[in-house]
Design a binder for this molecule. Sequence first.
Ligand code: NI
Length: 173
Amino acid sequence: MGNILKIYTPPHEGLSKKCEPIKVVSEEIRKLAQDMLATMYAAPGVGLAAPQVGHNICMFVIDVSEEGQNNQPLVMLNPRITWESDEERNYSEGCLSVPGVFAQITRPKRIKAEYMDLDGNTQTIEGDNLLATCIQHELDHLSGKLFIDRVSRLRRDMLLKKMNKHIKSNTSD
Ligand code: NI
């Protein structure tokens, strides 16, 4: 079992920085992956990227299994998209770093990606719908981008206001 980590919210500067590729899968990286999974499940959420918990390295965890199914944790290091469909999908995205806020985001519906697993092996994955949306959302984090950066500036400001209200109302008891 891993530890629950603090999840940062904007304007935390690490959320808007480009992440560094991982060269060696060290014991620290493995431990961080366990902690990130524990943090994601506790939230609960379907994805969490390293910069959200204060580490600007190219790694994220995902689990898009449905309720009642066994967990299907996926840890992706140095991921990159190798193919994306022309067909798009519109989905109401949320993010553990932007609590209480959702926005319709359009992205390719189906993708192929390549990544390194925790054993240092190269893996490929093909996915559509929620898995594809989730991988693309997490990839954005690694280049310093949040889903609210994909809407107009006006709407982004509105969503940030809403987030701050949500955080306030959840911390003042
Ligand atoms: Ni996110």
